[in-house]
Design a protein around this ligand. Structure first.
Ligand SMILES: Nc1ncnc2c1ncn2[C@@H]1O[C@H](COP(=O)(O)OP(=O)(O)OP(=O)(O)O)[C@@H](O)[C@H]1O
Ligand SMILES: [Mg+2]
Length: 249
């Protein structure tokens, strides 16, 4: 398939590089590198917590959360299993057993805000009208199972409406402001990707918030699942998302 006609890009590494090419999107990006023994050590030293994930992963599979603790120990978690090591080399060797021959990335970790002790992030669906503008058509929260490190539906996460999640922490005015900034970031990101890939019709941004309510782009999906919106009681977003998709048929 020619680059111009592409409707999707799978590699999280390629997507990261393309997104870093936008002055407007870059401030929301997390330091991301291809895995190497020295970079992982360095990133753990600077950030204390990182996510190690497959370059071509989906559904949260193979995602690892790694940390360097105050006492200098190294630890990682996959699913709900945690392992701790007194020094870097055995820690890295153990990680390598999990990553195998697959290509992995390291990304600065965000301590995601929680809802009833569960981490959550927000999926922003952005779609284009045929021959027309981009619009943020759907917003949905994804709440991880307690103790889990990923929020994906396929890994046991629960979709929830954004106002409930944000409303547990913010007042109405603050919630409205956050929603507005998410929609704006979604459209800016879509427009940038569309310049390079005019064949794109929709994207789904996974946005995480840290304790200061700074939004961070965890990843941009180019094949976002529309059906997650059908999990909400209020079907208006689901209907809108499906209407945009129908328009391309
Ligand atoms: N840097 C990070 N900081 C905090 N949480 C993260 C980070 N990276 C990933 N996560 C958590 O792990 C989940 C899965 O990661 P990611 O979206 O990058 O891969 P994936 O879900 O396997 O890919 P896809 O969404 O394309 O199926 C995220 O939705 C988020 O909850
Ligand atoms: Mg994801």
């Amino acid at each position: 398939m020619g680059e111009k006609n592409r409707t999707a890009v799978v590699s999280k590494w390629i997507k990261t590089k393309v997104l870093l090419g936008s002055k407007e999107v870059r401030p929301f990006m997390l330091d991301t590198r291809k895995i190497s023994k020295t970079d992982l050590k360095e990133m753990l030293k600077s950030y204390r917590m990182v996510y190690v994930k497959p370059e071509n992963g989906t559904h949260g599979k193979g995602v690892i959360r790694a940390e360097q603790l105050e006492n200098g120990d190294y630890t990682y978690q996959v699913e709900t299993v945690k392992k701790t090591f007194g020094s870097y080399d055995p820690f890295y060797q153990s990680l390598q057993k999990l990553t195998g021959k697959r290509s992995y990335l390291i990304q600065k970790g965000i301590h995601l805000v929680k809802y009833r002790k569960r981490r959550f992030d927000i999926r922003v669906m952005v779609q284009r009208r045929p021959g027309g503008d981009w619009e943020a058509t759907g917003l949905i929260g994804r709440v991880a199972r307690e103790g889990k490190i990923v929020t994906n539906y396929h890994s046991g996460g629960t979709p929830m409406d954004v106002k409930t999640l944000l409303g547990a922490h913010l007042n109405e005015k603050e919630t409205a402001k956050v929603i507005q900034s998410l929609n704006k970031l979604g459209v800016t990101t879509a427009k940038h990707l569309h310049k390079k890939y005019p064949g794109f019709r929709h994207i789904g941004l996974d946005i995480g918030f840290d304790r200061t309510w700074t939004p961070w782009i965890i990843e941009v999906n180019t094949m976002p699942d529309p059906y997650i919106f059908n999990q909400l009681k209020d079907k208006s977003m689901y209907r809108k998302v499906m209407k945009f998709r129908q328009a391309w048929k």
